[in-house]
Design a protein around this ligand. Structure first.
Ligand SMILES: C[S@@+](CC[C@H](N)C(=O)[O-])C[C@H]1O[C@@H](n2cnc3c(N)ncnc32)[C@H](O)[C@@H]1O
Length: 440
């Protein structure tokens, strides 16, 4: 590191004595106004630095997917996406190493709604956290899968864009995460680099000819960055895509034998260490034959009619029945999702809307958080902060309300979830697994 930075080592080292900046990225579909005094993250349209670290756990809007707490440098993905992806086309995007969901939620805010995000995580427990964060973000054009990178070879040429935010040695996180420093060793760097090459070659066939790969890490050493891309250039026909960066951002644009990489150092930017490079696949690739099929089991006509009214543009959605639950996603992507379901391990597809019990519909939590929800079809109850926290802790609710039935609980104009108002009590339907634990 000292060698790589030369005279800038002292500045780099001094930056590690400073606290890490705290930053969030808003979900513009739910919240447009940043907190008072927050300053924008310059390479984004929705990222903001906070003056201090609040208790996110005690903010109901955090649980409602109104924003995501994300390290600022990694939000640079937005520049890559905006500068090189055709915003008009309906595309398939893969986020291969996606948990806990920072890049995936960001991609959903950047993609058009005709496009589809496939968000993958290889570690099961992390895939569940990913699914939770995607559901909180509220977009219906996302599928969460749990697969090994090599499984994507069953989908040749399926993706227009792939994001590989690779597992790495984490040198860029030393300031934020002491654990990353303890784990570091030259052997681990070598191991990470080897694993990254395996991931790249496993997933490469799934990228279309002309498709774009965004490769990123949160580490500085060239073994896990430029050297891997140099290796990719030797193995495949690729072209590297330069980005425009504003000099004032402090991002270092480095050209390594014709490979343009973007490096973030904590002494130059307000953020942690990060590396990103954009690659275009130029070699001829086989393409998946996606048939115009929908082999999912659908719910009854009556249920579809009822559920179509619960979401915006219900007529443009496909409703499917999986494990007694109805899920819905955009109709234009049905053949693609059908194809994914046949080839990958699907955790969720689109919005989980309701559970069907004896032909009755019980609305599910992800529907309450969906940006497609038609709220005027449901009862609404606005609550203050103490009641909102009581709700999010899944404690019994003692608020009195006259109208009976499934009711959306709101805090400061954003839905938090469902309650069922009965004759003499109100059932708190907040998901047990997601509740704020006692003491937090
Ligand atoms: C840097 S983190 C991803 C962070 C995520 N993109 C975000 O922005 O929130 C890397 C991810 O890769 C996953 N991973 C670990 N080993 C992997 C492997 N062999 N293949 C694919 N993914 C792997 C980890 O579980 C982890 O979730």
């Amino acid at each position: 590191m000292r060698e790589q930075l030369g005279m800038r080592w002292d500045d780099f080292s001094a930056a590690h004595q400073q606290p890490s900046p705290v930053s969030i990225r808003l979900n513009p579909a739910k919240l447009q106004r940043p907190p008072a005094g927050a300053l924008p993250v310059p390479w984004t349209t929705s990222g903001y630095y906070l003056n201090e670290r609040p208790s996110f756990t005690l903010d109901p809007h955090f649980h409602a997917g109104a924003y995501y707490v994300q390290e600022a440098s990694s939000m640079f993905l937005e520049q890559a996406f905006r500068q090189v992806v055709d915003a008009q086309k309906a595309i398939n995007v893969l986020d291969l190493c996606a948990a806990p969901g920072g890049k995936s939620t960001h991609l959903l805010s950047l993609m058009n709604e005709q496009s589809l995000l496939v968000s993958n995580e290889v570690i099961r427990s992390r895939a569940n956290v990913l699914a939770e964060n995607i559901q909180k973000w509220g977009y219906g054009n996302a599928v969460v899968v749990h697969n090994d990178p090599q499984d994507f070879q069953r989908l040749p040429g399926f993706f227009d864009v792939m994001v590989i935010d690779a597992p790495c040695s984490g040198e860029g996180l030393f300031r934020k995460d002491k654990h990353a420093m303890e784990e570091w060793s030259p052997d681990n760097v070598a191991l990470c680099s080897k694993r990254q090459r395996r991931i790249l070659s496993d997933v490469w066939p799934a990228l279309k000819t002309g498709g774009l790969l965004f490769y990123s890490t949160c580490t500085y050493n060239p073994d896990e960055n430029e050297d891997n891309l140099e290796w990719l250039r030797q193995e495949h026909d690729v072209e590297f895509v330069p980005l425009m960066v504003n000099e004032q951002w402090g991002v270092e644009a480095v050209d390594h034998h014709g490979i343009p990489g973007y490096r973030f150092y904590p002494h130059r930017v307000k953020g942690e260490g990060f590396f990103l490079c954009v690659i275009r696949k130029t070699e001829e690739a086989r393409e998946s034959r996606v048939r115009h099929k929908n082999s999912f089991t659908g719910p009854s006509k009556k249920i579809i009619e009822q559920l179509s009214a619960w979401v915006k543009n219900g007529a443009e959605k496909t409703f499917i029945l999986r494990h007694d639950q109805v899920q819905c996603f955009p109709q234009n992507k049905t053949p693609d999702i059908d194809f994914l379901a046949k080839n990958l391990y699907l955790i969720t597809a689109g919005i989980v809307m309701a559970t069907v019990k004896h032909e009755k519909l019980i609305p599910e939590h992800p529907l309450a958080l969906s940006i497609d929800l038609q709220p005027e079809n449901f009862l609404r109850l606005d609550v203050g902060l103490p009641e909102a926290l009581q709700y999010l802790r899944k404690e019994p609710l003692t608020i009195s309300t006259e109208k009976k039935g499934f009711t959306l609980i709101y805090h400061n104009d954003i839905p938090l979830g469902w309650a069922n108002v009965l004759d003499n009590r109100m059932n708190n339907l907040y998901p047990s697994d997601w509740r704020i634990r006692k003491g937090s």
